[in-house]
Write a protein that binds this ligand. Structure first.
Ligand SMILES: [Zn+2]
Ligand SMILES: [Zn+2]
Length: 345
Protein backbone atom coordinates (compact mmCIF):
# COMPACT_ATOMS: atom_id res chain seq x y z
CA UNK A 1 0.00 0.00 0.00
CA UNK A 2 1.41 3.29 -1.15
CA UNK A 3 1.72 6.18 1.28
CA UNK A 4 -0.61 9.16 1.15
CA UNK A 5 0.59 11.86 -1.22
CA UNK A 6 -0.91 15.22 -1.96
CA UNK A 7 -1.42 16.33 -5.54
CA UNK A 8 -0.68 19.97 -4.61
CA UNK A 9 2.17 20.73 -2.23
CA UNK A 10 0.81 24.07 -1.05
CA UNK A 11 -2.49 24.86 0.64
CA UNK A 12 -4.87 26.37 -1.90
CA UNK A 13 -6.23 29.85 -1.89
CA UNK A 14 -9.94 29.62 -1.20
CA UNK A 15 -12.04 31.17 -3.96
CA UNK A 16 -9.58 30.31 -6.80
CA UNK A 17 -9.78 27.44 -9.25
CA UNK A 18 -7.11 24.81 -9.93
CA UNK A 19 -6.96 22.38 -12.84
CA UNK A 20 -6.66 18.72 -11.76
CA UNK A 21 -6.68 17.21 -15.23
CA UNK A 22 -8.17 18.26 -18.54
CA UNK A 23 -11.74 19.37 -17.90
CA UNK A 24 -11.66 18.77 -14.13
CA UNK A 25 -11.28 21.79 -11.87
CA UNK A 26 -10.94 22.07 -8.12
CA UNK A 27 -12.61 25.04 -6.52
CA UNK A 28 -12.03 25.47 -2.77
CA UNK A 29 -14.90 27.65 -1.54
CA UNK A 30 -14.30 29.66 1.66
CA UNK A 31 -16.25 28.50 4.71
CA UNK A 32 -16.35 31.51 7.03
CA UNK A 33 -16.94 30.52 10.67
CA UNK A 34 -17.70 26.88 9.94
CA UNK A 35 -14.70 24.81 11.03
CA UNK A 36 -12.55 23.76 8.07
CA UNK A 37 -11.22 26.74 6.11
CA UNK A 38 -12.82 25.72 2.86
CA UNK A 39 -15.13 23.18 1.29
CA UNK A 40 -14.14 21.72 -2.05
CA UNK A 41 -16.38 22.17 -5.04
CA UNK A 42 -15.45 20.65 -8.39
CA UNK A 43 -16.28 21.78 -11.90
CA UNK A 44 -16.34 19.27 -14.76
CA UNK A 45 -16.08 20.87 -18.20
CA UNK A 46 -16.51 19.07 -21.54
CA UNK A 47 -15.93 22.16 -23.62
CA UNK A 48 -19.66 22.77 -24.15
CA UNK A 49 -21.27 22.51 -20.74
CA UNK A 50 -20.12 22.32 -17.15
CA UNK A 51 -21.35 20.21 -14.24
CA UNK A 52 -20.79 21.25 -10.63
CA UNK A 53 -20.09 18.94 -7.70
CA UNK A 54 -20.99 20.40 -4.28
CA UNK A 55 -21.70 24.06 -3.75
CA UNK A 56 -20.53 25.63 -0.47
CA UNK A 57 -22.84 27.04 2.19
CA UNK A 58 -25.32 29.88 1.83
CA UNK A 59 -23.26 32.24 3.98
CA UNK A 60 -21.13 35.34 3.61
CA UNK A 61 -20.28 36.29 0.07
CA UNK A 62 -20.33 32.75 -1.32
CA UNK A 63 -22.97 33.54 -3.96
CA UNK A 64 -20.77 36.36 -5.30
CA UNK A 65 -17.77 34.06 -5.36
CA UNK A 66 -19.68 31.55 -7.52
CA UNK A 67 -20.89 34.30 -9.85
CA UNK A 68 -17.35 35.60 -10.32
CA UNK A 69 -15.79 32.16 -10.83
CA UNK A 70 -18.40 31.15 -13.40
CA UNK A 71 -18.34 34.47 -15.20
CA UNK A 72 -14.55 34.67 -15.36
CA UNK A 73 -13.70 31.06 -16.22
CA UNK A 74 -16.75 29.60 -17.93
CA UNK A 75 -18.56 32.48 -19.61
CA UNK A 76 -21.53 31.45 -21.72
CA UNK A 77 -21.31 27.80 -20.61
CA UNK A 78 -24.53 26.17 -19.51
CA UNK A 79 -24.51 24.32 -16.19
CA UNK A 80 -25.79 20.83 -17.07
CA UNK A 81 -26.32 19.61 -13.48
CA UNK A 82 -25.42 20.32 -9.85
CA UNK A 83 -24.29 17.09 -8.17
CA UNK A 84 -24.41 16.99 -4.38
CA UNK A 85 -22.53 14.39 -2.33
CA UNK A 86 -24.49 14.76 0.94
CA UNK A 87 -26.97 16.92 2.82
CA UNK A 88 -24.64 19.06 4.97
CA UNK A 89 -24.98 22.85 4.49
CA UNK A 90 -21.39 23.28 3.25
CA UNK A 91 -22.15 20.88 0.37
CA UNK A 92 -25.81 21.51 -0.54
CA UNK A 93 -26.10 25.08 0.79
CA UNK A 94 -26.13 26.87 -2.56
CA UNK A 95 -27.60 24.11 -4.73
CA UNK A 96 -31.13 25.56 -4.61
CA UNK A 97 -29.87 29.02 -5.53
CA UNK A 98 -27.62 27.73 -8.37
CA UNK A 99 -30.52 25.73 -9.80
CA UNK A 100 -32.88 28.68 -9.84
CA UNK A 101 -30.36 31.22 -11.07
CA UNK A 102 -28.83 29.06 -13.80
CA UNK A 103 -31.92 26.97 -14.59
CA UNK A 104 -30.41 23.59 -13.92
CA UNK A 105 -31.17 20.61 -11.66
CA UNK A 106 -29.86 18.98 -8.49
CA UNK A 107 -28.67 15.37 -8.67
CA UNK A 108 -28.20 13.47 -5.40
CA UNK A 109 -29.38 10.52 -3.33
CA UNK A 110 -32.98 10.59 -2.16
CA UNK A 111 -31.91 10.71 1.49
CA UNK A 112 -29.63 13.68 0.78
CA UNK A 113 -32.40 15.72 -0.77
CA UNK A 114 -35.12 14.78 1.71
CA UNK A 115 -32.88 15.37 4.74
CA UNK A 116 -31.76 18.77 3.46
CA UNK A 117 -35.24 19.88 2.51
CA UNK A 118 -36.80 18.62 5.76
CA UNK A 119 -34.12 20.15 7.98
CA UNK A 120 -34.17 23.48 6.18
CA UNK A 121 -37.92 23.77 6.84
CA UNK A 122 -37.56 22.75 10.51
CA UNK A 123 -37.08 26.14 12.12
CA UNK A 124 -36.80 26.71 15.86
CA UNK A 125 -36.39 29.89 17.86
CA UNK A 126 -35.90 27.81 21.01
CA UNK A 127 -34.28 24.46 21.65
CA UNK A 128 -36.89 21.70 21.22
CA UNK A 129 -37.73 19.29 24.06
CA UNK A 130 -36.29 16.33 22.11
CA UNK A 131 -32.97 18.14 21.58
CA UNK A 132 -32.73 19.08 25.26
CA UNK A 133 -33.45 15.47 26.24
CA UNK A 134 -30.77 14.26 23.80
CA UNK A 135 -28.17 16.61 25.29
CA UNK A 136 -29.09 15.54 28.83
CA UNK A 137 -28.82 11.88 27.84
CA UNK A 138 -25.36 12.51 26.40
CA UNK A 139 -24.32 13.92 29.79
CA UNK A 140 -23.86 17.56 28.73
CA UNK A 141 -22.45 19.70 31.55
CA UNK A 142 -24.94 21.91 33.45
CA UNK A 143 -23.00 25.00 32.44
CA UNK A 144 -23.09 24.16 28.73
CA UNK A 145 -26.72 23.07 28.92
CA UNK A 146 -27.75 26.37 30.53
CA UNK A 147 -25.89 28.31 27.86
CA UNK A 148 -27.33 26.31 24.98
CA UNK A 149 -30.89 26.59 26.30
CA UNK A 150 -30.61 30.38 26.52
CA UNK A 151 -29.25 30.85 22.98
CA UNK A 152 -31.11 30.60 19.66
CA UNK A 153 -30.42 27.09 18.37
CA UNK A 154 -28.55 26.37 15.15
CA UNK A 155 -31.03 26.26 12.31
CA UNK A 156 -30.01 24.20 9.30
CA UNK A 157 -31.88 26.61 7.01
CA UNK A 158 -29.57 29.46 8.08
CA UNK A 159 -26.83 28.04 5.84
CA UNK A 160 -28.95 26.52 3.06
CA UNK A 161 -30.78 28.39 0.30
CA UNK A 162 -34.36 27.13 -0.27
CA UNK A 163 -34.63 23.84 -2.13
CA UNK A 164 -37.80 24.74 -3.94
CA UNK A 165 -37.34 22.61 -7.03
CA UNK A 166 -37.26 18.83 -7.04
CA UNK A 167 -34.21 16.69 -7.65
CA UNK A 168 -32.90 13.86 -9.81
CA UNK A 169 -32.20 10.70 -7.82
CA UNK A 170 -29.03 8.64 -8.09
CA UNK A 171 -28.73 5.15 -6.63
CA UNK A 172 -26.03 2.69 -5.57
CA UNK A 173 -23.97 1.29 -8.49
CA UNK A 174 -25.63 3.54 -11.04
CA UNK A 175 -23.32 4.60 -13.82
CA UNK A 176 -23.84 8.23 -14.69
CA UNK A 177 -22.48 10.11 -17.64
CA UNK A 178 -21.23 13.54 -16.70
CA UNK A 179 -20.31 15.45 -19.81
CA UNK A 180 -19.07 12.31 -21.59
CA UNK A 181 -17.21 10.71 -18.65
CA UNK A 182 -18.66 7.66 -16.87
CA UNK A 183 -18.78 7.67 -13.07
CA UNK A 184 -20.03 4.85 -10.86
CA UNK A 185 -22.05 5.94 -7.84
CA UNK A 186 -21.20 4.30 -4.50
CA UNK A 187 -23.04 5.25 -1.34
CA UNK A 188 -21.39 5.61 2.04
CA UNK A 189 -22.84 6.10 5.52
CA UNK A 190 -21.74 7.23 8.97
CA UNK A 191 -20.85 10.86 8.28
CA UNK A 192 -24.15 11.46 6.48
CA UNK A 193 -26.77 8.90 5.44
CA UNK A 194 -26.63 7.80 1.79
CA UNK A 195 -23.60 9.95 1.02
CA UNK A 196 -22.74 9.66 -2.69
CA UNK A 197 -19.21 9.12 -3.96
CA UNK A 198 -18.38 9.05 -7.69
CA UNK A 199 -15.70 6.81 -9.24
CA UNK A 200 -14.30 7.22 -12.74
CA UNK A 201 -12.17 4.38 -14.16
CA UNK A 202 -11.35 6.42 -17.24
CA UNK A 203 -9.87 9.30 -15.27
CA UNK A 204 -8.83 7.30 -12.18
CA UNK A 205 -10.58 9.90 -10.07
CA UNK A 206 -12.81 9.55 -7.01
CA UNK A 207 -15.12 12.38 -5.99
CA UNK A 208 -15.31 11.45 -2.33
CA UNK A 209 -17.13 14.33 -0.59
CA UNK A 210 -16.69 13.97 3.18
CA UNK A 211 -16.77 10.16 3.03
CA UNK A 212 -12.97 10.09 2.91
CA UNK A 213 -10.93 13.10 3.98
CA UNK A 214 -7.17 13.47 4.24
CA UNK A 215 -5.71 14.60 7.55
CA UNK A 216 -8.90 14.94 9.56
CA UNK A 217 -11.42 12.22 10.28
CA UNK A 218 -14.99 12.96 9.13
CA UNK A 219 -17.34 13.75 12.01
CA UNK A 220 -19.54 10.75 12.84
CA UNK A 221 -22.19 12.69 14.71
CA UNK A 222 -25.45 11.33 16.08
CA UNK A 223 -28.32 13.85 16.29
CA UNK A 224 -31.71 13.95 18.07
CA UNK A 225 -33.46 12.97 14.82
CA UNK A 226 -32.04 9.43 15.18
CA UNK A 227 -30.60 9.28 18.72
CA UNK A 228 -29.69 5.58 18.62
CA UNK A 229 -27.88 5.71 15.26
CA UNK A 230 -24.70 3.65 15.05
CA UNK A 231 -22.74 6.09 12.91
CA UNK A 232 -19.39 4.52 13.84
CA UNK A 233 -20.54 1.05 12.71
CA UNK A 234 -22.03 2.49 9.52
CA UNK A 235 -18.78 4.35 8.87
CA UNK A 236 -16.49 1.38 9.36
CA UNK A 237 -18.70 -0.76 7.08
CA UNK A 238 -18.52 1.96 4.43
CA UNK A 239 -14.72 2.16 4.71
CA UNK A 240 -14.51 -1.64 4.23
CA UNK A 241 -16.78 -1.37 1.18
CA UNK A 242 -14.77 1.46 -0.39
CA UNK A 243 -11.51 -0.35 0.35
CA UNK A 244 -12.55 -3.05 -2.15
CA UNK A 245 -12.92 -0.40 -4.87
CA UNK A 246 -9.80 1.56 -4.02
CA UNK A 247 -6.36 1.50 -5.62
CA UNK A 248 -3.08 3.35 -5.27
CA UNK A 249 -3.47 4.85 -8.74
CA UNK A 250 -6.64 6.76 -7.94
CA UNK A 251 -6.58 10.44 -7.18
CA UNK A 252 -9.14 11.31 -4.50
CA UNK A 253 -10.97 14.61 -4.73
CA UNK A 254 -12.20 15.09 -1.15
CA UNK A 255 -14.78 17.47 0.33
CA UNK A 256 -12.15 19.25 2.47
CA UNK A 257 -8.36 19.35 2.32
CA UNK A 258 -6.17 18.77 -0.72
CA UNK A 259 -6.62 16.07 -3.42
CA UNK A 260 -4.52 13.01 -2.57
CA UNK A 261 -3.54 9.50 -3.63
CA UNK A 262 -3.06 6.50 -1.35
CA UNK A 263 -6.75 5.78 -0.83
CA UNK A 264 -6.30 2.16 0.39
CA UNK A 265 -3.85 3.33 3.07
CA UNK A 266 -6.16 6.18 4.12
CA UNK A 267 -9.18 3.85 4.47
CA UNK A 268 -7.18 1.38 6.56
CA UNK A 269 -5.97 4.26 8.77
CA UNK A 270 -9.55 5.46 9.31
CA UNK A 271 -10.80 1.98 10.25
CA UNK A 272 -7.86 1.45 12.60
CA UNK A 273 -8.28 4.86 14.26
CA UNK A 274 -11.90 4.16 15.14
CA UNK A 275 -11.16 0.61 16.28
CA UNK A 276 -8.44 1.97 18.55
CA UNK A 277 -10.84 4.59 20.00
CA UNK A 278 -13.41 1.87 20.74
CA UNK A 279 -10.72 -0.23 22.43
CA UNK A 280 -9.66 2.74 24.60
CA UNK A 281 -13.31 3.25 25.56
CA UNK A 282 -13.62 -0.36 26.68
CA UNK A 283 -10.48 0.07 28.81
CA UNK A 284 -11.83 3.29 30.35
CA UNK A 285 -15.18 1.66 31.11
CA UNK A 286 -13.39 -1.13 32.98
CA UNK A 287 -12.52 1.53 35.56
CA UNK A 288 -16.17 2.52 35.99
CA UNK A 289 -19.39 3.49 34.14
CA UNK A 290 -19.32 6.72 32.14
CA UNK A 291 -21.49 9.00 30.01
CA UNK A 292 -20.69 9.92 26.39
CA UNK A 293 -19.35 13.33 27.51
CA UNK A 294 -17.17 11.74 30.20
CA UNK A 295 -15.49 9.74 27.42
CA UNK A 296 -14.37 12.80 25.39
CA UNK A 297 -10.73 12.54 26.42
CA UNK A 298 -10.68 8.76 25.90
CA UNK A 299 -12.11 9.03 22.40
CA UNK A 300 -10.30 12.12 21.12
CA UNK A 301 -7.06 11.73 23.15
CA UNK A 302 -7.04 15.44 24.07
CA UNK A 303 -9.04 18.08 25.92
CA UNK A 304 -12.04 19.38 24.01
CA UNK A 305 -12.45 23.14 23.99
CA UNK A 306 -15.75 24.97 24.05
CA UNK A 307 -15.81 25.56 20.30
CA UNK A 308 -15.43 21.84 19.60
CA UNK A 309 -17.80 20.72 22.38
CA UNK A 310 -20.94 20.12 20.31
CA UNK A 311 -19.18 18.27 17.48
CA UNK A 312 -17.43 16.14 20.10
CA UNK A 313 -20.70 15.43 21.92
CA UNK A 314 -22.44 14.21 18.78
CA UNK A 315 -19.50 12.05 17.81
CA UNK A 316 -19.05 10.63 21.34
CA UNK A 317 -22.70 9.50 21.25
CA UNK A 318 -21.88 7.75 17.96
CA UNK A 319 -19.10 5.84 19.70
CA UNK A 320 -21.09 4.79 22.79
CA UNK A 321 -24.03 3.81 20.58
CA UNK A 322 -21.70 1.49 18.69
CA UNK A 323 -20.56 -0.30 21.84
CA UNK A 324 -24.19 -0.50 23.01
CA UNK A 325 -25.44 -1.88 19.70
CA UNK A 326 -22.60 -4.42 19.63
CA UNK A 327 -23.83 -5.65 23.02
CA UNK A 328 -20.59 -4.77 24.81
CA UNK A 329 -22.10 -2.32 27.32
CA UNK A 330 -25.27 -1.83 29.35
CA UNK A 331 -27.02 1.52 29.31
CA UNK A 332 -28.65 2.87 32.49
CA UNK A 333 -30.21 6.23 33.24
CA UNK A 334 -28.57 8.37 35.93
CA UNK A 335 -30.83 10.48 38.23
CA UNK A 336 -29.95 13.60 36.17
CA UNK A 337 -31.21 11.87 33.01
CA UNK A 338 -27.79 11.05 31.50
CA UNK A 339 -27.21 7.67 29.89
CA UNK A 340 -24.45 5.90 31.74
CA UNK A 341 -22.63 3.04 30.03
CA UNK A 342 -21.28 0.09 31.93
CA UNK A 343 -19.05 -2.58 30.46
CA UNK A 344 -20.64 -6.06 30.44
CA UNK A 345 -18.65 -8.67 32.26
ZN1 LIG B 1 -20.26 16.67 5.72
ZN1 LIG C 1 -18.14 19.08 4.60
Amino acid sequence: MKKIEFFFQESPEAGKIYEITEGVFWFPMPLPMMGPEYVNCYILDDGQEIALVDTGANIGGCKNIWENILHKNFPEKKISKVYVTHHHPDHIGLAGWLCEKYNTEIVCSRTTFLMARMLSLDLHEKVSASTELFWRQAGMSQEMLGEKLRARPFNFGDGVSPLNKGFVRIIENEIININGVHWTVTMGNGHAPEHATFWSKELNLVLAGDQVLPGISSNLGVYPLEPNADTVGDWMNSCEKLLKLSSDEQLVLPGHGRPFSGLPRRLVQLIENHKAALKRMEEALKVGPKTAVELFKTIFKRDINKREYMLALHEAVGHVNHLYKAGLVNRDVRPDGAFIFKLKK
